[in-house]
Each structure stands twice: as structure tokens, then as C-alpha cells.
Design a binder for this molecule. Structure first.
Ligand code: 9L3
Ligand code: MG
Length: 145
């Protein structure tokens, strides 16, 4: 019997993260470059972040968009598109991706991250965390290259 059997100890840590493709009128998507000092610094990602304890993904995303980009949106403006799942050595990341086309304000860099609007077909030109890469194909399917 292993030490964790019969307890609620997970055998691997699950990290729940939520991400969004903000899509503008020209069907371009906003990506953000993770700043120095964060893990995966320099890589481009779909904005988002970790769920707090007990937080629903939509609520977490609305909070993250305000914290990181200074924009406001509503649950009715968030449509789930797909789900990323990636195993690292010490944790497993689960990350739903939402599409959002309506928000208030202009996205601004609130945490020192560079921001870029790119067509779905150009996303491959930007180095991304491994969890984000499988999200590109569904975005190309939805929005065109
Ligand atoms: N992560 C990967 N791709 C993304 C996002 C938003 C996050 N599109 C990874 C990077 C970190 C973890 O999830 O390992 C938590 O993200 P954050 O809270 O540091 O933004
Ligand atoms: Mg984040």
C-alpha cells in the first residue's frame, strides 16, 4: 500500500488555469508575452491565469482580464471553445480556452507583458508554452488563417 492510498492526497498536482482568445473585428487574436521573472518568460500565450480556490473558470477569467489587461467583460461574452491538457514533470495543467469578442476598454499591459494582435494563421510564428500550442488549430478552424 502506498503512503497516499486511503487519503485525499493527489498523486500529482493539478493546476487549473483558464485562458482566452480575445478576438477583434478583423478576427485577430491578442497574445501576451510572459514577462521576465515569471516562469516561461519570453513565451507568447493566450491571456489568463490560475483559478483561485472555489472559483469558476468564467469568474477567474473576468478577474484575470481586469488584472492583466485592464478590460471588463461579462460571462455572457465568454464562449468555451476547447480544452488544453499538458503534463509537466511535477504538475498537470488543465486549461479551458474561451473565445471573447466583446469587452469594455482597450487592452493594456498591466504586468509588463508585451501584447500583440495576430491572425490565427500567424500564431505559429510566436514561441508558445506547450499547453497553448494545441489551441492554435481549433482557432484556425474557427477564424480562418
Ligand atoms: N499558462 C500557460 N498558458 C497560458 C496561461 C494563461 C498560463 N495561456 C501556464 C503558465 C504557468 C501557469 O499556467 O505555468 C499559471 O499561469 P500564470 O498564473 O502564471 O499566468
Ligand atoms: Mg496570467
Amino acid at each position: 500500500m502506498s503512503a497516499s492510498e486511503g487519503t485525499n492526497e493527489p498523486s500529482i498536482r493539478l493546476l487549473l488555469v483558464v485562458a482566452v482568445a480575445l478576438v477583434d473585428e478583423d478576427n485577430r487574436i491578442l497574445i501576451a508575452q510572459r514577462p521576465e521573472g515569471k516562469n516561461l518568460a519570453g513565451l507568447w500565450e493566450f491571456p489568463g491565469g490560475k483559478l483561485e480556490a472555489g472559483e469558476r473558470p468564467e469568474v477567474a477569467l473576468i478577474r484575470e482580464l481586469e488584472e492583466e489587461l485592464g478590460i471588463k467583460t461579462k460571462e455572457a461574452c465568454l464562449a468555451p471553445l476547447t480544452f488544453a491538457s499538458h503534463g509537466y514533470d511535477d504538475f498537470h495543467l488543465l486549461m479551458p480556452l474561451y473565445i471573447c469578442r466583446r469587452w469594455e476598454g482597450v487592452p493594456q499591459s498591466r504586468e509588463g507583458q508585451a501584447l500583440k494582435w495576430v491572425r490565427a494563421g500567424a500564431l505559429r510564428d510566436y514561441p508558445m508554452p506547450p499547453a497553448d500550442l494545441p489551441l492554435i488549430a481549433p482557432l484556425v478552424d474557427l477564424l480562418g488563417a
